[in-house]
Design a protein around this ligand. Structure first.
Ligand code: FAD
Ligand code: AMP
Length: 475
């Protein structure tokens, strides 16, 4: 096998593997190196997203939501079932199958595109060389014309509550529980904490979430965050804001968590504790001396707006560089870099990266919040439409939440769209497309939406920005 490639990608997650496939589509010779190992020692491409993040979490969110609906919603439809329960082993087996299908799919995609998969560790050496160490220890040095670093991120640990893999776990551990903990503590009420807390709450755990910040979901639109907190409270998630965890101790199979809030020192006893306080870039043993690639004080690989590092022909994409830690952001960067290497037009529009929280109700947004627009000094108009006024949402027994459109007063451009409600993560795609083309709220207003659909709520929210909504009183 040749050790010379046009492109060597280090990391086979959702940033690295699309970079490899697009580079091969661009008729370049490509190798993709990945060192991922599962708990059982098996290797797999796909990184955090496929093995321990997006995909397994969505599998468990789906299973647990179905159970919740069977318990709480079926009655309203007139469906009579006996006692419903969960077989955790079967649920986990289904999840594992989905993960395996997805990760094996990457190998099939590599084969069809002509990407050389290399499983083991990659390390960038000076002169566009990459040292590859296979899992059996065998070493090879590859010569590349371009190197793409896509080494991803890892969960942050709280020093005073270290992971033990059993009682105090990270987000991956929380996707692998083989029984439903009676009492579950979650540190961090961010996106990952909320999704994991929702899964186990719906399956029957008493869930207490400790969040250091006084505000709930500060990155989301304030109206959405307020609505979300209300619904999560109804689900039974005990979210304690302004609760800064100071430490946790395991004793006799229980975890005692210490935290400080405005009433002073508090303590909480749980059966398991999930630490979901964020992720940090991962670059362990990735860069040899003298490569010219720099890392900033928070550990991110330094890149410019086009994902170029300080070293010629070395690029970096995904969670290991600045910007939101999202699979689709990494994918766009990976693809753009592979196009740029081939001399094609390439650009990532960082202004329209959607965010989704896969809770129930689901939350999704793109662009600026109402507060951000106001703080920027630009006058804006806001349109709202509640799903309670959507025939389709009512038919789905999912009337919670609303669509919100924030548009500029001067030229009517849509500046942000915020959705909480059924299928919000799917609905946001229309807003992303609209904003990608700098659409005005009038463009959205004049676009025909099929009836009865959830997407009509977005249409009506755009109309409501000009007080022209039909299906809800304009205020
Ligand atoms: P990773 O997915 O971390 O992949 C990096 C890969 O590189 C890994 O396989 C790693 O083993 C390998 N690697 C690292 N260093 C080397 C080396 N030196 N040599 C060889 N291989 C190396 N994002 C979303 O957009 N939507 C979601 O719904 C979502 N849900 C999530 C749920 C959870 C529980 C978690 C933890 C994350 C979630 N994310 C979600 C975030 C998403 O998983 C990450 O943003 C994404 O995986 C980052 O992609 P990446 O390719 O940059 O890095
Ligand atoms: P995210 O960045 O979306 O993954 O969310 C992580 C959350 O964890 C943030 O909202 C942080 O404020 C929160 N967090 C970080 N450290 C602590 C801590 N010691 N105690 C409680 N919450 C924390």
């Amino acid at each position: 096998m040749s050790d010379e490639f046009d492109v060597v990608v280090i990391g086979g997650g959702p940033a690295g593997y699309p970079a490899a496939i697009r580079a091969a589509q661009n008729k370049l010779s490509v190798a993709c190196i990945d060192e991922w190992k599962n708990y059982d020692g098996s290797t797999a491409f796909g990184g955090t997203c496929l093995n321990a993040g997006c995909i397994p979490s969505k599998a468990l969110l789906e299973s647990s939501e179905l159970l919740h609906r069977a318990q709480h919603e079926f009655k309203a439809h007139g469906i009579q079932v006996g006692e419903v329960g969960i077989d955790v082993a079967a649920m986990q087996k289904r999840k594992a199958t989905i993960v395996r299908q997805s990760t094996q799919g990457i190998l099939a995609l590599f084969k069809s595109a002509g990407v050389t998969p290399l499983q083991g560790h990659g390390r960038l050496l000076p002169g566009l060389k990459v040292e590859f160490t296979a899992h059996d220890g065998a070493k090879r040095t590859l010569q590349a014309k371009h190197v793409v670093l896509a080494s991803g991120s890892q969960p942050m640990e709280l020093k005073s509550a270290p992971f033990d893999g059993e009682r105090i776990v990270d987000s991956w551990g929380a996707l692998e529980f083989d029984d439903v903990p009676k009492r579950l503590g979650v540190i961090g009420a961010g996106v990952i904490g909320l999704e994991l807390g929702s899964v186990w709450r719906r399956l029957g755990s008493e869930v207490v979430m400790l969040e250091a910040l006084p505000d709930f979901l500060p990155m989301a639109d304030a109206q959405v965050a307020k609505e979300a907190l209300k619904h999560f409270g109804k689900l039974g998630l005990d979210i304690r804001l302004g609760a800064k965890v100071t430490g946790a101790k395991v004793s006799k199979g229980k975890v005692t968590v210490g935290y400080a809030d405005d009433k002073g020192e508090q303590s909480l006893a749980v059966d398991r504790l999930v630490v979901a306080i964020g992720r940090r870039p991962y670059t362990r043993d990735l860069l040899a001396e003298g490569t010219g690639v720099e890392v900033d004080e928070r550990g991110f690989i330094k890149v410019d707006d086009h994902c170029k590092t300080g070293a010629a022909n070395v690029w970096a994409v995904g969670d290991c560089v600045r910007g939101p830690m999202l699979a689709h952001k990494g994918k766009e960067e990976g693809v753009a870099v592979a196009d740029a290497i081939a001399g094609l037009y390439a650009e990532v529009n960082y202004k329209v990266i959607p965010s989704v929280i896969y809770t129930a109700p689901e939350i999704a947004w793109v662009g600026l919040t109402e507060k951000q627009v106001k703080e920027s000094g630009r006058a804006c108009k806001v349109g709202n439409f509640p799903f309670a006024a959507s025939g389709r949402a009512r038919a789905m027994e999912a009337p919670a939440g609303f669509c919100k459109v924030v548009a500029a007063v001067d030229d009517d451009e849509i500046l942000g769209v915020h959705i909480i409600g059924p299928m919000a993560g799917e609905l946001i795609a229309e807003a992303v497309l609209a904003m990608e083309y700098s659409a005005s709220s009038e463009d959205l207003q004049r676009t025909i939406h099929a009836h009865p659909t959830l997407s009509e709520a977005l249409h009506e929210a755009a109309l409501s920005a000009d007080k022209r909504a039909i299906d809800f009183p304009n205020r």
